[in-house]
Ligand binder design. Structure first.
Ligand code: F6R
Ligand code: MG
Ligand code: MG
Length: 365
């Protein structure tokens, strides 16, 4: 049996430039230096450092499996080193996603977002890593459903015998800390009842019916870790493609829609998710609108051949245009719902304080 490799994507916002709009190149250089050192020591097979908006993204391949303490520690130390640079430059919100004082075995629950998968590399292994800024992990629910359960998006579900049996979705209830596995196509109505509620239920992984792992997403919610609003979670997602899995084009297709997600200004607004080329991933208008980039790689014995900037394609121009129109339209609602999130979504912001302050002034009507 071929040896398994692990792909770990670990991200954090450790300082914005300018404000929360983008990242300073010194942070990227520092992260590359740290990971290069780890590669020289033999801990990593390969790595790629990139960013989406103000989020620093560490993409690493290795043989240590998921939740490996040494890999998580490496990511943590890298974020700490980058935080030092961010502090030196007085970048905005230096270290904002590092919610713990010191590393304690697993980076999950400490602030950074994590998507990892361990698998046997196929004869050819095309993968896409999606990285988003100014939104939360529920943003992946709709595109994952379309990729793996909707034949109007993915004709392979109908045409390719290897996919015809469908896929299994692992869905996490981030409030109750429990998960459920639901099967498509048999249980899609049950599945949609949950994943349509993107704030609470998030798709964490997708498997083919024969057990092959096809996708893994980060589901960390900073506010639930910190107990208060400390920025949005800006999620990542890994999807394996082709040869009995959705094709690269089927995996990208849901993002031509520009669906509405939560996030944007102060993590408190609904806005359209705009698919952009790497160089355009600098959300500045009203701190947004939310962005997603798609980095395509061919794995070669664990080496990351790439990335290809997959949204750098004029075929996504209409989606970009449409999301700008939707952004204009939503902005005109100002502080009114549904542009602003509902009250229950603001429970980790200053809303509870305001309610407390005004509580005594409410009288029976
Ligand atoms: C959204 C985000 C920004 C900030 C906003 C206020 O995820 O990061 O929209 O919430 O710029 O930031 P502070 O409170 O740091 O001034
Ligand atoms: Mg930030
Ligand atoms: Mg961010």
């Amino acid at each position: 049996m071929a040896a398994k490799i692990t792909l770990s994507v670990i991200k954090a916002d450790v300082g914005g430039y300018v404000g929360h709009s983008s990242i300073h190149s010194d942070l990227l250089d520092t992260a590359k230096e740290k990971l290069s050192h780890a590669q020289e020591k033999g801990m990593l097979i390969d790595y790629h450092v990139t960013r989406c908006g103000d989020d620093l993204e560490l993409i690493m391949t290795h043989k240590h499996g998921v939740d490996a303490e040494n890999i998580h520690n490496l990511a943590w130390n890298t974020f700490v080193a980058c935080t030092e640079i961010a502090k030196d430059l007085k970048l905005y919100g230096a270290g904002q996603d590092l919610l713990a004082d010191a590393f304690s075995g697993n980076i999950k629950g400490m602030g950074p977002g994590v998507a990892e998968m361990e698998f046997e590399e196929r004869k050819s292994e095309p993968i896409i890593i999606f990285m988003a800024d100014k939104t939360s992990p529920g943003a992946w629910n709709l595109p994952l459903y379309k990729m793996f359960a909707d034949p109007f998006n993915t004709p392979g579900l109908v045409i390719d015998p290897a996919m015809h049996d469908g896929f299994v979705f692992e869905v996490v209830d981030v409030y109750e800390h429990k998960k459920i596995t639901l099967s498509s196509p048999e249980e899609i109505y049950d599945l949609l009842m949950f994943i349509g509620a993107m704030r609470r239920f998030m798709i964490k992984a997708v498997y083919r019916k024969d057990g092959m792992l096809a996708a893994a997403a980060s589901t960390q919610k900073l506010s639930l870790i910190a107990g208060k609003y400390v920025g949005k979670d800006d999620p990542v997602l890994i999807v394996r493609c082709q040869a009995g899995l959705p094709a690269v084009g089927e995996v990208l297709e849901p993002f031509a829609f520009g669906h509405i997600v939560e996030g944007w200004m102060r993590g408190s607004h609904h806005g359209p998710l705009m698919p952009v080329a790497f160089y355009e991933a600098n959300p500045s208008r009203f701190d947004g609108p939310p962005r997603v980039i798609a980095a395509g790689f061919q794995l070669c014995n664990g080496k990351l051949i790439g990335p290809r900037d997959l949204f750098d394609d004029p075929a996504f121009d209409e989606a970009r245009k449409r999301t700008n129109v939707i952004a204009d339209y939503l902005r005109q609602h100002g502080p009114f719902e549904p542009h602003r999130l509902g009250l229950e979504d603001l429970e980790y912001t200053t809303m509870p304080q305001l309610m407390k302050k005004l509580d005594s002034r409410f009288i029976p009507e």
